[in-house]
Design a binder for this molecule. Structure first.
Ligand SMILES: *[C@@H]1O[C@H](CO)[C@@H](O)[C@H](O)[C@H]1NC(C)=O
Ligand SMILES: *[C@@H]1O[C@H](CO)[C@@H](O)[C@H](O)[C@H]1NC(C)=O
Length: 516
């Protein structure tokens, strides 16, 4: 409460926008960007390369897939455990690729382009291995139940590494669709620097989309092991639309756009007005991708008509984040953070920050404002709100805590993460067994011996409170899909602060602070 009064007071005391701007804490978005990309190196599974920068990690998961006769070495651990969950991993890669597609120049300007591409390729190399036949995609390695029973470093793993797949008899259109989206988006990223690889990615993407579309079903009906961890609650229709838009963007082929237009209504693309965007519920992302197509000149009237319907829903999402709908708005904490739910709320915040940033660019390209039910918002105001969420993450919050690990001076020190919480394998190669890790490392009060730099943890509760305890996994666990959307937003904000255009954005934000 005090925090909101603080900001409202500011509004009345200092009417000059420039004054407001100068009072807002400035962060190094370049530093945040560099750190965010290090996180993906900490999450690497498989054989680590010579240029691995996160040196407390070592090779792991080197026999993944062996039991099933398939090479599934590589990819990313999902969060604080060692399961390789295909759906959130693919979503992570889609968001990293989307970040580079939108903000590649900005990422280059920040000196991080090469690292960003590496973070994508670590995922796409794995998806290529996992897609062994046109209608076979390996969906998961390890399982949550046996994995969570142990607290071990990845290098010591003794848990089951059984692999699970989808195929034509056990379909998973959501997983196939998301993986197709990730590969199509990545094919755009690598088009110039590695055309052969880009072509290969696109080939897999097209096959996977066909697989997902032809054999319809939810992957959690085919694979029981994912049910309690990453069940696809929103079903597969959002992923099929998402994949179609990505394939259209990557190929330019009108059949993919036709698919997203023809199925817009029956797949819920133009029906669902939703205020959350996540690894599961992708409608807001689909709608914002649809909107980007309106910038094209060569649309047919029917396409334009349907894309406009998508746009209405995209606007609902953006207005809802801005608190500018009548009624249906996303809640906020007293400190101003978007608040969807208790467990890992930050994933929704980082996703929203990215979508709002992209939407603000769209408004700028169109030269228009956004007309929300409660008023008109400029492109700079949308961006400024996204910035306010990023700034909250980086330390502008009642706890004065950066929720991006390793950033600033105060950040979570007891991240719920097996590898980070146990002495580095490089320092002590003595085997640490399944329950030994719980006894000796998990229950300690001490800080983690290894800093999981760049991880975005689950974050504070609805009252901005945060408990930095290893057992508080709802708040202190990080996931790869939390950080991924921030990569693009950090790059964009860094580019703006470099050219001092950030002042302009912030000074347009009077209304955004008003809403605190
Ligand atoms: C939106 O408008 C309604 C009435 O027009 C008002 O009661 C409400 O407070 C407004 N909400 C915001 C967030 O400004
Ligand atoms: C955060 O910083 C502000 C300003 O320096 C200070 O007044 C406040 O007590 C700090 N809050 C916490 C929880 O440390």
């Amino acid at each position: 409460m005090e925090f909101s009064i603080f900001f409202i007071t500011l509004m009345f005391l200092f009417t000059s926008p420039a004054t407001i701007a100068s009072l807002v804490q400035e962060f190094s978005y370049q530093d945040a960007l560099s750190k965010s990309l290090l996180y993906f190196e900490a999450q690497r599974s498989g054989h680590l390369p010579y240029n691995q920068r996160v040196t407390w990690r070592h090779h792991s998961g080197l026999t993944d897939g062996l039991q099933q006769g398939v090479d599934l070495v590589g990819g990313y651990y999902d969060a604080g455990d060692h399961v390789k969950f295909g759906l959130p991993m693919a979503f992570t890669i889609t968001m990293l690729a989307w970040s580079v597609i939108e903000y590649g120049d900005e990422t280059t300007a920040a000196g991080e382009y090469k690292h960003a591409l590496e973070s994508i390729k670590w995922g796409t190399d794995y998806f290529i291995k996992a897609h062994t036949k046109p209608y076979v995609l390996w969906a998961e390695v390890g399982d949550g139940d046996t994995d969570h029973y142990c607290w071990q470093r990845p290098e010591d793993m003794t848990t089951s590494r059984r692999a699970y797949k989808i195929d034509n008899e056990n379909p998973g259109s959501d997983l196939a669709g998301e993986t197709a989206a990730a590969l199509a988006a990545a094919s755009l990223v690598f088009r110039k620097s590695n055309p052969h690889y880009s072509h290969l990615l696109l080939h897999h993407a097209q096959q996977l989309f066909e697989f997902g579309d032809k054999y319809r079903g939810r992957y959690d009906s085919s694979i029981a092991a994912v049910k309690s961890y990453y069940a696809s609650v929103s079903g597969y229709k959002d992923e099929l639309l998402w994949a179609a838009f990505w394939l259209h963007r990557a190929t330019g082929q009108s059949n993919y756009l036709d698919y997203a237009v023809d199925k817009a209504h029956c797949f819920g693309g133009t029906g669902w007005a939703i205020s959350e965007f996540s690894w599961d519920v992708k409608y807001a992302g689909v709608q914002i991708m649809a909107v980007q197509n309106l910038l094209k000149k060569e649309l047919q009237p029917n396409q334009k008509h349907i894309l406009e319907q998508y746009k209405t829903k995209a606007e609902h999402y953006v207005c809802s984040c801005l608190g500018m709908n009548k009624g249906e708005n996303v809640d906020r904490t007293p400190g101003g953070l978007l608040y969807i739910r208790q467990w890992n709320n930050m994933q929704y915040v980082s996703g929203a920050a990215f979508l709002l940033t992209v939407f603000s660019d769209f408004l700028k390209s169109m030269g228009t404002d956004l007309h929300c039910p409660n008023g008109t918002v400029t492109s700079n105001q949308v961006l400024s709100f996204a910035k306010s969420q990023v700034d909250y993450i980086l330390g502008s919050n009642p706890m004065n805590m950066s929720y991006l690990v390793g950033f600033g001076t105060k950040y979570p020190k007891r991240v719920h993460h097996r590898g980070a919480s146990i002495v580095s394998y490089k320092e002590n190669k003595g085997f640490i067994g399944c329950t030994q890790g719980y006894d000796k490392w998990y229950g300690r009060r001490d800080e983690n011996p290894n800093v999981l730099v760049g991880a975005l943890v689950g974050g504070p509760d609805c009252q901005d409170n945060f408990g930095d305890e290893r057992g508080n996994y709802m708040q202190t666990e990080a996931c790869t899909y939390n950080t991924a959307p921030l990569v693009g937003v950090f790059a964009k904000l860094h580019a703006l602060s470099d050219g001092s255009r950030l002042q302009e954005v912030v000074s347009s934000s009077a209304y955004a602070y008003d809403n605190y």
